[in-house]
Each structure stands twice: as structure tokens, then as C-alpha cells.
Design a protein around this ligand. Structure first.
Ligand code: AMP
Ligand code: ZN
Length: 477
């Protein structure tokens, strides 16, 4: 059996993964707060956990892995969004969950086994908080319930901080009802217009951290295998989850392996709204960039390293996939061929590919191996290549190999349409040279709306029509 190794944040070591129960391998990923579209950075741990889910299913069997990812649907950012737009909170969260599914589906991410919503687990959270208070790990004060960090001696172990370091380094909210400034909120009072539920501490709503502890306990038990999220969640969120769960269920271990991914940057800079390099997954899809291309770029950097989204990488990924899908197509890959390979016992993972991927989810190395396997000359020799593409989620339906519409991109664009795009690009260049950013942005918006993919290299713009290319949106020809 393939051995998986994982870099465990808890021990700071790369360890062999041994499941508690191979018949039910259990993992939990902290999911989104649903008030807005997912930005590209948010997709990084979704894709990481999707590859892990696929790998575990391959090794232990598809019915033997339970994957839980929650929706945080009670949060002050959601309340603010509902108030700004004059909409009901339930409408905002339902719409955002729909967007999230559509966007992550487009990236080829499998749906988790369970996607619990926090608001469906209020009773379990209240029970857990009552239990923590009964065990003297929490206390009630002024309509709040607070976790007492001094009651848990291992507080800070995951992220390697002491309580004093945390107080010194963090902008903690000092409040008169807190015994220690690091004590965190389990329950807080709700006023008019805020969502709330009756509780032993009054009408209110949960703090953020308790939901993951309550849902993981309910769906995965007091000890489960793998937990993860972005590096930025280690403290305080994961530290607090551990404290709550360890104190409420002292006979359990909560999560045995913790996996944290590094952050995403854009063209070498942190993605942020103020730098204007902030974009959502949907923005990219709307520009006609196929989900598979986004996925390949994201898998091209090991999760433990900061990754950079660049246009050059996007173009390179698109070229690679066109080549790879062309190979599959050229050798007749489809449901019939897969069935035939299965019948011949040839539908198997390449052992080197699997070994590399299982070594701390080295997607970069696995892709390098696919470049080698792509050189096979017969369907049987290409079986490991095709199997690997499926395992990385780059082919999800053999009846519809993506990005393959029978020809090279751009070959069917009429000359007058091409001339119009060239004219728009020339106009954008002129506007930029004259620092007329408004006009340059206007032209960019027209090109985006029409699904034109522009690549700027060395001051020179080239373009290809994306999947959703629509010449009618280019304006007057
Ligand atoms: P947030 O929307 O900030 O609550 O984050 C939701 C999830 O996305 C968390 O797991 C974060 O760690 C992750 N995340 C947020 N920003 C980035 C980024 N720039 N790169 C990678 N992951 C991110
Ligand atoms: Zn969480």
C-alpha cells in the first residue's frame, strides 16, 4: 500500500500517515464565511484538500473517506452585508453558498461528504459550551460565555506561542468581562436586527471558533485524522478549536495531523483590494479562463510555499493542458477506452507518480512526472498519464475531455473580429501611454466581457479567444 507522508504542523515533522480507522479516514477543512465570492486565495486549500481527498480515496477506497467542510453562515460580516444591501441574512448566505459551489465545481473540486452550516449546529454548540463551563474551562459574564485560556496548559502549542507572547503580539480586545485578555468568546449577546438564539446566557449568537469544534465532534468524533486550513488560521482559530475540543473531550485527541497551506500572491505582491490585484475565482472564469487552467496553475506550487499567480503561468498552463488534452483526444481516450483498459487490468496509477504525490502532496513533482508519462505512444502506455490527470482532478468526465473543441484556439476567429481585437489593444496601449487609466480600464472591460484572454509580455500584447469568447460583445466592428 502507498505510504502517505504529511508535514504535520502539530509536531513540525514530516510523518507517515497512519489512519485511525482505514475503513473511515476522516478529515476536516475550515470552510468559507459566506458573504462574498471566494477570491483566488480562498481556493488554495480547497484544491489542496481536494487532491488529498482523491489520494485517500484512491488508497483506502472511495467509500472509506469522510471529508467535512463547513459553511460559516453566522458572522458579523454577513450581518453587515445584509444591512448594506437591505437583504435578509438567509438570502445573502444562500446566494453565496450557491456561488461557492458553482465556482469550486468549475475548478473540479469534488463536493465534501458533509457541508454543515453553523446555523444548523447551534444546539450542539450550546451543549459544548455548557460542558466547558461545567468543567471550569469557561465562564459566563455579562451575557457572554468565554473560554478561559489559563485553564488549558497546552494553549498555544500548535502555533508555538506562549500566552504572554500572544498578549504582546496580538491586538486583543480588552473587555471588562474577560478574566484574561486572551480569553475568547464562545457566545455573545445579540441586539435588535442581529441573528440570535435563546441560550443559558441570554439571547445571542456563537463566537466563530466553537462551530468547528462542535461540527467536527458531531460528524467525525472526538478523535479524527486530518485538519487543515490556511497558515493564517493557525492562530487564533485552530489554537482555539484545539482548546475547546481538548477540554470538552479530554479522552480524545481532536485532529492528529494538521496541514496548513501558505498564502497566494499575485505577480509577486500580496493579493489585496487596495493594490487592485484582488480577484475572485469567478472573475477569472468570466474572462474565459477554463477552471482546469486555474487548477493547474494552483497545483504547480507545493502548498507549503507561497505561491504566485502570474499571467505568464496562466498562459503556460493553458498551453500544457491544450497539449495534454490533445494527446488524450488523439489516442481516443473516452469512456469506452477507459473501460477497455480497466478490463485489461491496465487502468492503474503510475507508481512513481503516486509515490511523489503521496510525499507530502507534492503536486509540483506529480505534474513533472505527467510530462514524462505524456510521451507514451499507445493508449496502454498512456494509461498512467490519463489516470494521473484524473487523480489531480484535471479530467473529471471521460465523456467530455475539457478544452478540446476540435481545433486550435483562435483558428475560427473571423479576420474582421481579429482586427477589432487588435484595434482595441492598440487603443488600450495608447490610453496607457497617455495615462488615461479610465479609458484603458474601459477597453479592458470590453475585452474581458467578450472573453478575450490578453497576455502582456515585454510590453507586447498577444491574445487568444477564451472558452466563453463572444465577438458580439466587442462592440462595433
Ligand atoms: P477568509 O476569507 O480570509 O476567512 O479565508 C478563508 C480561507 O482562505 C482560510 O482558510 C484562509 O486561510 C484562506 N485564505 C485567505 N486568503 C488567502 C490567500 N491569500 N492565500 C491562500 N489562502 C488564503
Ligand atoms: Zn475552523
Amino acid at each position: 500500500m502507498t505510504t502517505i507522508r504529511l508535514q504535520n504542523t502539530k509536531t513540525r515533522k514530516r510523518e507517515e500517515f497512519v489512519p485511525i480507522d482505514p475503513a473511515n479516514v476522516r478529515m476536516y477543512l475550515c470552510g468559507p464565511t459566506v458573504y462574498d465570492r471566494a477570491h483566488l486565495g480562498n481556493s488554495r486549500n480547497v484544491l489542496l484538500f481536494d487532491v488529498l481527498f482523491r489520494l485517500l480515496r484512491h488508497i483506502y477506497g472511495s467509500d472509506h473517506v469522510t471529508y467535512v467542510r463547513n459553511f460559516t453562515d453566522v458572522d458579523d460580516k454577513i450581518n453587515a452585508r445584509a444591512a448594506e444591501t437591505g437583504r435578509a441574512i438567509g438570502d445573502v448566505t444562500a446566494e453565496t453558498i450557491g456561488w461557492y459551489h458553482a465556482d469550486m465545481d468549475a475548478l473540479g473540486a469534488l463536493r465534501p461528504t458533509h457541508e454543515p452550516r453553523a446555523t444548523d449546529y447551534i444546539a450542539q454548540m450550546i451543549t459544548m459550551i455548557q460542558d466547558l463551563i461545567a468543567k471550569d474551562h469557561a465562564y459566563a459574564a455579562e451575557g457572554h460565555a468565554l473560554f478561559s485560556v489559563e485553564s488549558y496548559s497546552a494553549y498555544g502549542a500548535l502555533s508555538g506561542r506562549s500566552i504572554d507572547d500572544m498578549i504582546a503580539g496580538a491586538r486583543v480586545e480588552v473587555a471588562p468581562y474577560k478574566r484574561n485578555p486572551m480569553d475568547f468568546v464562545l457566545w455573545k449577546p445579540s441586539g435588535d436586527g442581529q441573528p440570535g438564539w435563546d441560550s443559558p446566557w441570554g439571547y445571542g449568537r456563537p463566537g466563530w471558533h466553537i462551530e468547528c469544534s462542535a461540527m467536527a465532534y458531531d460528524l467525525l468524533g472526538e478523535t479524527f485524522d486530518i485538519h487543515g486550513g490556511g497558515n493564517d488560521l493557525q492562530f487564533p482559530h485552530h489554537e482555539n478549536e484545539i482548546a475547546q475540543s481538548a477540554c470538552a473531550h479530554p479522552t480524545g485527541e481532536f485532529a492528529r495531523y494538521w496541514i496548513h497551506n501558505e498564502m497566494l500572491q499575485v505577480e509577486g505582491k500580496k493579493m489585496s483590494k487596495s493594490l487592485g490585484n484582488f480577484f475572485t475565482v469567478r472573475d477569472l472564469l468570466d474572462q474565459g479562463i477554463p477552471g482546469e487552467v486555474i487548477r493547474l496553475v494552483m497545483l504547480g506550487t507545493h502548498y507549503g510555499k507561497t505561491m504566485d499567480w502570474t499571467d505568464a503561468r496562466r498562459v503556460e498552463a493553458e498551453g500544457t493542458l491544450r497539449k495534454w488534452y490533445g494527446i488524450l483526444h488523439g489516442h481516443g481516450f473516452g469512456p469506452d477506452l477507459i473501460r477497455a483498459l480497466q478490463a485489461d487490468g491496465k487502468w492503474e496509477a503510475d507508481s512513481e507518480f503516486l509515490g511523489v504525490l503521496a510525499n507530502d502532496l507534492n503536486t509540483f513533482g506529480a505534474l513533472a512526472r505527467l510530462h514524462v508519462l505524456a510521451k507514451g505512444k499507445t493508449p496502454a502506455a498512456l494509461a498512467g498519464f490519463a489516470h494521473g490527470l484524473e487523480m489531480l482532478g484535471l479530467v473529471n468526465d471521460w465523456a467530455a475531455i475539457p478544452m478540446f473543441d476540435g481545433g486550435e484556439a483562435g483558428s475560427d476567429v473571423a479576420p474582421e473580429v481579429a482586427a477589432r481585437v487588435d484595434a482595441l489593444l492598440a487603443e488600450r496601449a495608447t490610453a496607457r501611454a497617455a495615462k488615461d487609466w479610465a479609458r484603458a480600464d474601459q477597453v479592458r472591460d470590453i475585452l474581458n466581457a467578450a472573453g478575450v484572454q490578453v497576455t502582456d509580455v515585454g510590453g507586447q500584447a498577444t491574445w487568444t479567444p477564451g472558452q466563453s469568447f463572444d465577438a458580439a460583445k466587442l462592440g462595433d466592428l
